[in-house]
Design a protein around this ligand. Structure first.
Ligand code: R5P
Length: 313
């Protein structure tokens, strides 16, 4: 019989988000020490009794990706061996998601490998957000709750009362997500960039499908890694006569020279969430909205066996 209480644990990847989730749920964070042995191996000690508990482990696999992924796996193992009744891996940002297919010969499908590892470690469910490709849900043979940050991000953008909004999607793969943004912005027109990737951090814009001229452009993407895609989209939008340009992205990985590239593109603002840690990335032109309440509410509903999809209606 499952204990009535549920518990929130976290590793080192985004403690602040986990604490915000716990606050929303009016819960104390449960204790786990996650440190390193002198040789760099991960040392985990679960501090609270979890026998029979419904455990939610918040650990996005953001950079340092491999460290955070390994912490996640080892913590799941520790919780399972400590007899937790059910373990939900809450992975708001799912690292390796872009390696979701064999784009060429002799390459791995690392997203599938990560899904296998998480399942084999002992997770019973996964909760994630704005997966790079929604079909990654199918890499798991356990239930996956896939949340969308759009309602939270759009709430903020809507308050800007843009006169002539238009949603610009960074690539064809993101069109579905962009359409959801356009709909929530009162049926704003949609434009799509036909992007070609010429290297891991290089892309080129082949064409813009749709019109951005004279519009208050909102460039949307699931994630910003090197910043190349979104900065290039902003540049093209300006070149084609946009009135104003804003950027909206769920996962602000912001590695390499991303900050410089975005700053140089002189956008009105960049709106991101706290799905990955943003410490050190604070700038006057960056607005961060929290997804803690959304995740917290989904956790509450999973625990109570209530509908999660109704959160998005
Ligand atoms: C691409 O398919 C994704 O939706 C993002 O546009 C991309 O991964 C962002 O990467 P970067 O910031 O390095 O261009």
């Amino acid at each position: 019989m499952r204990k009535k209480e549920f518990q929130i644990f976290t590793g080192n990847s985004n403690r602040r988000l986990a604490e915000r989730i716990a606050k929303y749920l009016e819960l104390e964070m449960s204790n786990a020490e996650v440190s390193r042995f002198p040789d760099g191996e991960i040392d985990v000690k679960i501090g609270d009794d979890v026998r029979g508990a419904d455990v939610f482990l918040v650990q996005p696999t953001s950079p340092p990706v491999n460290e955070n992924l390994m912490e996640l796996l080892i913590m799941i193992d520790a919780l399972r061996r400590a007899s937790a009744e059910r373990i939900t891996a809450v992975i708001p940002y799912f690292g390796y998601a872009r390696q979701d297919r064999k784009a060429e010969g002799r390459v791995p499908i690392s997203a599938k490998l990560c899904a296998n590892l998480i399942t084999r470690a002992g997770a019973d469910r996964v909760m994630t957000m704005d997966l790079h490709a929604a079909q990654i849900q199918g890499f798991f043979d356990i239930p996956v709750d896939h949340l969308y940050a759009a309602p939270v991000l759009i709430d903020y953008v809507r308050k800007k009362e843009l006169q002539k909004p238009c949603v610009l999607c960074c690539d064809v793969g993101g069109a579905k997500m962009a359409r959801a943004y356009a709909k929530r912005l009162g049926g704003a027109p949609l434009a799509i960039i036909d992007k070609r990737r010429t290297g891991p951090s290089e892309t080129e814009v082949a064409e813009v499908i749709g019109t951005v001229e004279g519009h208050d452009v909102v460039v949307v993407d699931d994630m910003i890694s090197t910043g190349t895609s979104i900065a290039e989209a902003a540049r093209v939008a300006r070149e084609r006569g946009a009135r104003s340009v804003r950027m909206v992205a769920t996962h602000a990985v912001l590695c390499g020279k991303a900050m410089e590239k975005i700053e140089a593109s002189k956008v009105e603002e960049l709106v991101i969430t706290d799905s990955v840690p943003i410490t050190g990335k604070e700038r006057p032109w960056i607005k961060t909205v929290t997804v803690a309440e959304l995740l917290g509410e989904a956790i509450r509903r999973i625990h109570k066996s209530e509908s999660v999809s109704s959160l998005f209606v």
